[in-house]
Design a protein around this ligand. Structure first.
Ligand code: ZN
Ligand code: ZN
Length: 360
């Protein structure tokens, strides 16, 4: 503050300028509560009052320092929904008071990749809560093009989580080119898998096989009309072959990131099948190129993240309950560093499968 400037009149005045945020100060250390200035916005930005921010498994990698951050200290949180609080002079797509959820990849919209619709390869792509400040805070500033209208029917908590796992599942099904009348196998019934099962049905898949080793997840998958395959008891590939009368599935999605399930996902597709790799895995896998790929003209397809242009349709599917998101969020917690660190510890150690959302 400049010398001679008047002191703030009251605490309320301070509250208007500063906000609470839960920041990563140092890699490998717990996140900490910090009061930081409410961010400024540019002409094409919006300021969003955060109403929900999902705690995602990838946040554990960021906190641990396993992935390079844009800068430190930084606010984590890439699954965000809220209410538009302020708009820049050139913003046309949203107005103050609108409910929105936020696409987490900030892209330029102008480079070659962006103009050809492949914005995940944007020359300057930055991720919310990873390269720039994210949503573990009371407010977030973001380019207006990243704000998607969130209908009243979808609670903020569900809108926030839609922006990560469900969006990635929709993109993966698109990469697999699922068509009406086809069969699909989903390996891993977590957030990605449960969305994929429902979206595959919506795209016309006649049968969806859900492979997992946990009984409760398999039961949940059956509630969404998938045929459960318990890989702790049977050979998943043999079972899929048996159930498809020897043909194999048209499309498989690997959502776990394990060598074994990747190999199974490739092995279980039939002639002209498409095996889509979504789970992250650094280890090499083994493929019999004749038997598994060229002999049946199968394809192994990589799927990475999702696109801004896919999100309005996804939100609409959730609004119409074609995609049920009501059972995704199992816990709501306040903007509290200790509670957030606890949830991240649980995710890191797989001690608790709770999907928590911060409601500041
Ligand atoms: Zn996420
Ligand atoms: Zn670009």
């Amino acid at each position: 503050m400049a010398r001679g400037a008047p002191l703030p009149q009251s605490d309320t005045m301070l509250e208007e300028v500063y906000m609470k945020s839960i920041r990563m100060i140092e890699a490998g250390k717990p996140l900490e509560l910090r009061d930081i200035p409410i961010p400024d916005i540019n002409e094409k930005d919006v300021l969003v009052r955060v109403r929900a921010a999902g705690i995602c498994h990838s946040d554990t990698h960021y906190r641990a320092g396993r992935s390079a951050m844009g800068f430190l200290p930084i606010t984590l949180g890439h699954e965000v929904a809220g209410v538009v609080d302020k708009v820049g002079g050139q913003v046309m797509n949203v107005k103050v008071g609108d409910r929105v959820c936020l696409h987490y990849n900030l892209t330029c919209g102008d480079c070659y990749s962006c103009s050809s619709g492949d914005e995940q390869f944007c020359d300057t792509v930055k991720m919310l809560g990873h390269h720039v400040d994210g949503g573990y805070a009371e407010y977030i500033a973001i380019p207006a093009r990243n704000a998607i209208q969130l209908p009243d029917e979808i609670p903020f908590e569900e809108g926030a989580t839609l922006m990560c796992a469900s969006a990635t599942a929709l993109h993966a099904l698109g990469k697999g080119r699922v068509k009406a009348g086809e069969t699909v196998a989903v390996f891993g019934v977590g957030g990605l898998g449960l969305s994929a099962i429902q979206l595959a049905r919506a795209m016309g898949a006649v049968e969806v096989y859900a492979v997992d080793i946990k009984q409760d997840k398999l039961e949940l998958a059956s509630e969404y009309n998938a045929i459960p395959i318990d890989a702790s008891r049977v050979n998943a590939v043999a079972e899929i072959r048996k159930l498809t009368k020897g043909k194999g599935v048209n499309v498989s999605l690997e959502m776990i990131g394990l060598r074994k399930t990747m190999e199974q996902a490739i092995d279980c597709v039939g002639n002209l099948g498409r095996a889509v790799m979504v789970g992250l895995n650094q280890q090499p896998i083994e493929i019999n190129t004749y038997k598994q790929v060229l002999g049946k003209e199968a394809e192994i397809i990589g799927s990475n993240d999702h696109l801004l242009q896919e999100l309005p349709m996804l939100v609409d599917m959730a609004r119409r309950k074609i995609l049920d998101t009501s059972r995704v969020v199992s816990q709501v917690i306040p903007l509290d560093a200790q509670k957030i660190n606890q949830r991240l510890d649980d995710l890191e150690l797989f001690t608790n499968d709770v999907r928590a959302v911060i409601v500041p």
